[in-house]
Design a binder for this molecule. Structure first.
Ligand code: URA
Length: 239
């Protein structure tokens, strides 16, 4: 059972506030009866109409994709390029939770559940995202400490992060760094390295909360099962 205004908002018909206005104005019917009370609970098979327009209570779906390089994170592209949504076979209107750059690979959640998407993206909910960055040069302890304590990007300090050097390759003069953050500003990881004067050559998101890329090759995806969805909700709410 869900609140009527929430179901209307989730359907994409209008915002929750507008849905409340429509309910109060007597424009909404449930199984043919006008419902004017805000917060009325409705079932998934109840027939909801607004001014004669049927609202669909779409089933929620959740996917974890291992995003390949060279694909844009968007629902559609004006230049007609392939998007992450095109990689997933579904008849539902799904969208990506957050954004990975065109050249970034790795874990990306796609869903039609706006509530979960918002919870996972809000930095106050502190959902960890684990990134592996290949950067040019030798990273020192001082730089790692700076990443951990926060650096300034676009005039704003990033919050506490976890960072560690995984490897340094002398031949190519590159370092592999694991960076765990819970914010999701545009190009955040690249900008954090830029702030300490390092260039990111390759970037992969290895994990979102407890969801890793086990058994998923580049371009492959899997359904996030109901138990995992529940855990994502719990983790976002209880951080
Ligand atoms: N940070 C970046 O710079 N790029 C991404 O794709 C994700 C995080």
């Amino acid at each position: 059972m869900e609140r009527l205004q929430k179901i209307i908002a989730n359907s994409g018909y209008t915002s929750r506030r507008k849905a409340e206005e429509l309910i109060l104005k007597g424009k909404v019917t449930v199984n043919g009866q006008v419902v004017k009370e805000l917060g009325t609970k409705v079932k998934s098979n109840d027939w909801i109409e607004i001014d004669g327009y049927k609202i669909s209570q779409e089933q929620k779906v959740y996917y974890l994709l291992n995003k390949p390089r060279g694909i844009i994170t968007s629902t559609n592209d004006e230049k007609g390029r392939k998007t992450v949504v095109d990689l997933i076979q579904t008849d539902k209107r799904i969208y990506p939770v957050g954004r990975l750059d065109y050249d970034t690979t790795g874990a990306l959640i796609l869903t039609n559940d706006g509530d979960l998407a918002n919870l996972l993206m809000h930095p106050k909910n502190k959902i960890d995202k684990v990134y592996i960055a290949k950067v040019k040069g030798l990273i020192g302890k001082k730089e790692i400490l700076a990443l951990q304590k926060g650096v300034y990007i676009d005039g704003i300090k990033t919050s506490n992060a976890k960072a560690r050097i995984k490897k340094y390759d002398k031949k190519t003069d590159t370092s592999i760094v694991e960076l765990i953050i819970h914010e999701g500003k545009n190009h955040q990881v690249k900008k954090m390295f830029e702030a300490i004067n390092y260039e990111v050559l390759k970037l992969k998101r290895e994990q979102i909360d407890f969801l890793n890329l086990d058994h998923l090759k580049s371009g492959e995806y899997r359904i996030i099962n109901p138990k995992e969805v529940k855990k994502l909700y719990n983790d976002a709410i209880n951080q």
